[in-house]
Write a protein that binds this ligand. Sequence first.
Ligand SMILES: NC(=O)C1=CN([C@@H]2O[C@H](COP(=O)(O)OP(=O)(O)OC[C@H]3O[C@@H](n4cnc5c(N)ncnc54)[C@H](OP(=O)(O)O)[C@@H]3O)[C@@H](O)[C@H]2O)[C@@H](O)CC1
Ligand SMILES: Nc1ncnc2c1ncn2[C@@H]1O[C@H](COP(=O)(O)OP(=O)(O)O)[C@@H](O)[C@H]1O
Ligand SMILES: [K+]
Length: 513
Amino acid sequence: MRVAWTSDQVRALEEPLLAAGVPLMERASFALAVHVAGVLRERRGRVGGARAVVLAGGGNNGGDALHAGALLAGRGVEVWAVTTSARVHAAGLAAVRAAGGRVVTVADPEGPDVRRVPVDEAAALAARADVVLDGVLGIGARGGGVGGVAGALVSAVGALPDRPFVVAVDVPSGIGVDDGTRSGPVLDADLTVTFGAAKPGLLLPPAARSVGRVEVVDIGLGGLPEGARPHVVRLEVPDAAALWPVPVAASHKYTRGVVGVVAGTRSYPGAAVLATTAAVRSGAGMVRYLGDVGETVVAHRPEVVVGPGRVQSWVFGPGVSPDDAGQRRRIEFAFEGVLQRGEAAVVDAGALELLPRHVGPHVVLTPHAGELARLLTRLGADVDRAGVEAEPLRWARLAHERTGATVLLKGGVTVVAGRGGAAYAQADAPAWLATAGAGDVLAGILGALLAGRVDDLHDDASLVAALAATAALVHGRAAHRANPGGPVDAAAVADALPGTIADLLREAGTLAP
Ligand SMILES: NC(=O)C1=CN([C@@H]2O[C@H](COP(=O)(O)OP(=O)(O)OC[C@H]3O[C@@H](n4cnc5c(N)ncnc54)[C@H](OP(=O)(O)O)[C@@H]3O)[C@@H](O)[C@H]2O)[C@@H](O)CC1
Ligand SMILES: Nc1ncnc2c1ncn2[C@@H]1O[C@H](COP(=O)(O)OP(=O)(O)O)[C@@H](O)[C@H]1O
Ligand SMILES: [K+]
């Protein structure tokens, strides 16, 4: 599990340690230098003789970068530091100089004993580097993007035609550290070396697209205080495996969970096939289908039972247009069971327009950004698709507050907001998964997962959000497995589910090899 702490949470942990003289910056800069040396060794075979450019802002983030630069200079790297502020970390600057590094500045006024160079010249220096350390801004970044000459330098280095390898110190400069927004130039990183824990902006879109590979370095901050929850979480294989319902010898199909699927119409029969296939192939005990294309469904999935009956979870909406009277009636009727008997439900596509006024967290909405914008607009918020994409967690949370449902917002990074402030950001899928019908498959996976754990959901409502994140993880991994590195179709993703789930459980040691 990867957890993200906010800037304030990090500062609260740092404060007493710094007061006690714990050398946090030494630890951070040492680990940073080790990672940068690893990059140099990997890319050029050796560390000595490489050229590194350190971009250093006026705060401790610049201090980390400068100290790491000094350590690299000590290992024979030619180090240039470019400062963006007249005030920079004095000890870091002195260390770079003492180790033989050279220093220039783009700041105005220039600092003591530092030669001023134009931004273009500093960017040209970066262009010739084997690696650039981005220590312009860390968790001290104020909102609104990188300002002043630091912003100009970030833009200029980012726009270089032959981009050097960039290592972000703690966070890529310019991202919204706590909310994942981008509101100005950002120096996209190939590797981010972050201290203590990930930060929300490293996990949340759109900023998460700028972070490259993320390495979390333990600098001895300890953990969050009792009762505090990480701002955002990203589940990994062992977490998903632990949440996946695994049958035992005493299980039968009803204890494993029955999924009722109300999907597809005569115009869109494929959605019904994909959602039922995904539910079957994710290990539901039984899948029932309600709708007008039962024959087509059974032709593809003979295991599916057509017609009403008791279920533990529902999948509403794939391929359903709300003006289809039959499906509308079935969904509205089934929602009564959801509200009265507590059956879990996945509400997708056309069914989002049929959502009752207020539901519980055992109902999971699965909109993409456009659908979430439409839903929120109906609920009185003023937001369009671009607005949702700019701040997905904010809007997913608002939808959770206004509807009571757990909200899974689909996208390149899938964001989940649920009860008790639960927030997940999953980036498991290849971009090839952005294909028609992929969402129907996700709905089926989640339906099976909710059916298998329906009893636990009512004991712990925040579990629903974790299960939604698990479904996104499995969906993304199934897409990789369906055709590694190439195009996938939704049916192939559904077909890859049994193998994906078996691998997941095996990898986590839940199943014997
Ligand atoms: N405490 C420690 O010992 C440890 C700290 N650690 C490290 O410290 C980092 C946090 O350091 P920090 O708190 O000094 O803030 P930091 O991110 O460097 O930024 C402040 C500078 O940025 C400027 N500035 C701000 N916003 C701006 C904007 N929008 N656009 C332009 N400029 C802007 C602001 O200038 P101002 O305008 O206020 O003069 C100021 O100069 C953290 O991420 C980690 O790397 C680790 O080593 C562990 C030990
Ligand atoms: N750029 C991307 N990278 C990875 N996955 C993506 C990307 N864009 C969309 N997806 C995923 O693809 C699926 C598309 O679902 P959806 O928009 O509902 O399509 P449909 O309604 O046609 O099934 C979602 O699971 C979403 O998270
Ligand atoms: K940085």
